[in-house]
Write a protein that binds this ligand. Structure first.
Ligand code: SF4
Length: 353
């Protein structure tokens, strides 16, 4: 049997239900693909369902304020995805008369869309013959072809694409791509795939050469770094002082309390806080650090400390760039980094009740 026949024969025996599988709507397919970039299906599915409910069309998404979109995205990480998604929705609505692009090249030109996502939308929405090359497909095909390259080496994706491109042209692209991804996800798994029972075992180079466990080679390790964030929780008359992160850094556009970052792991002293807030010493009473949490991101570990800062009137605080007082009830509708969100939920019983 040919590669395609074997794959499709296997696929007829599986039934992987995903909420976006039965739609041809390019908007919904695009949304699901953006959400699933760097996110597991189980984690991404509730977000997909929420976005479809709140923004049933691309116009609804384009017309929503970015802050609202960010608040629905909160907790999913890699926030540039949400910003790019919003930008692309505006582009389609305002520049393309609301018509989602229908060629591979035009889809690829949307903000936040790379080769994998463009191929997925092109094939699932329009039956265009572009193979999807995601992590599951990379693992499956690199084993099948016996390619000893690192997972994140662009040469590997290129080799896999040139193997699959002529093959997909003789298939129904949406079915072929789905089968490829499902086989990688469900059968040719990262650890201990059942090679003895695999329909490809007589063609799979890695299996025949006993190299299954070592292919593909792991990504080159990036150096991790620790960061120390000290959040100042100022609260008076049912209002909390927050600011919006605008710098090109993690959590861009999300909201958090004013924060001092230190190079070392140390506790802040009163003088540092007074200087940062630009107030007089006797205007402030400080509870020592009241909470400490850690969040692990892809290349950095964030150690967040929270300090309750007591002041007697909010007028003593000169509002710097983007600082603002918000009512506690409004806080839950504002996009925040997960670590900040959890802090407020755990430390203010009245806040989210
Ligand atoms: S034989 Fe093993 S490694 Fe090769 S395709 Fe099948 S499951 Fe994957």
């Amino acid at each position: 049997m040919s590669f395609t026949d074997t794959l499709l024969h296997w696929h007829r025996t599986t039934d992987r239900q995903l909420p976006w599988k039965d739609t041809l709507d390019p908007y919904k397919i695009w949304l699901s693909e953006i959400i699933l970039q760097q996110t597991r299906v189980e984690q991404g599915t509730p977000y997909y369902l929420k976005f479809i409910e709140v923004y049933p069309t691309i116009h609804d998404l384009a017309n929503a304020p970015l802050d609202d979109v960010m608040s629905h995205w909160a907790g999913l990480g890699y926030y540039s995805r949400a910003r790019n998604m919003h930008k692309a929705a505006k582009h389609v609505t305002n520049e393309l008369d609301g018509n989602f692009p229908d060629t591979h090249q035009d889809i690829l030109s949307l903000s936040g869309v790379g080769p994998y996502t463009a191929a997925a939308i092109a094939s699932f929405a329009y039956e265009l013959p572009h193979p999807v090359v995601d992590g599951n497909v990379i693992r499956f095909i690199s084993r099948y072809l016996g390619l000893s390259l690192r997972k994140n080496d662009p040469t590997l994706a290129r080799e896999i694409r040139s193997f699959l491109t002529p093959i997909i042209e003789d298939t129904i692209p949406s079915v072929f791509n789905q089968a490829l991804m499902d086989f990688g996800a469900l059968y040719c798994k990262p650890k201990k795939p059942d090679c003895e029972l695999c329909l490809f075992k007589n063609q799979c180079k890695a299996f025949m050469e006993r190299r299954v466990e070592e292919i593909p080679l792991p990504k080159k390790k990036l150096k991790r770094r620790n960061r120390y964030f000290h959040y100042l929780h100022l609260e008076i008359n049912n209002e909390i002082l927050i600011t919006q992160r605008k710098e090109k850094d993690i959590w861009q556009d999300l909201h958090e309390p004013p924060m001092i970052e230190t190079m070392q792991d140390q506790e802040l002293i009163k003088q540092q806080i007074i200087a940062y807030l630009d107030i007089e010493s006797n205007d402030l009473e400080l509870n020592a650090m009241i909470d400490r949490r850690k969040q692990i991101l892809s290349h950095q570990d964030i150690y967040a400390s929270f300090y309750k800062v007591m002041i007697n009137k909010k007028e003593i605080i000169t509002l710097k760039n983007r600082w603002k007082w918000v009512k506690k009830e409004e806080l839950q509708n504002i996009g925040k980094p997960r670590i900040v969100d959890l802090y407020f939920k755990d430390n203010s019983i009245t806040l989210f009740s």
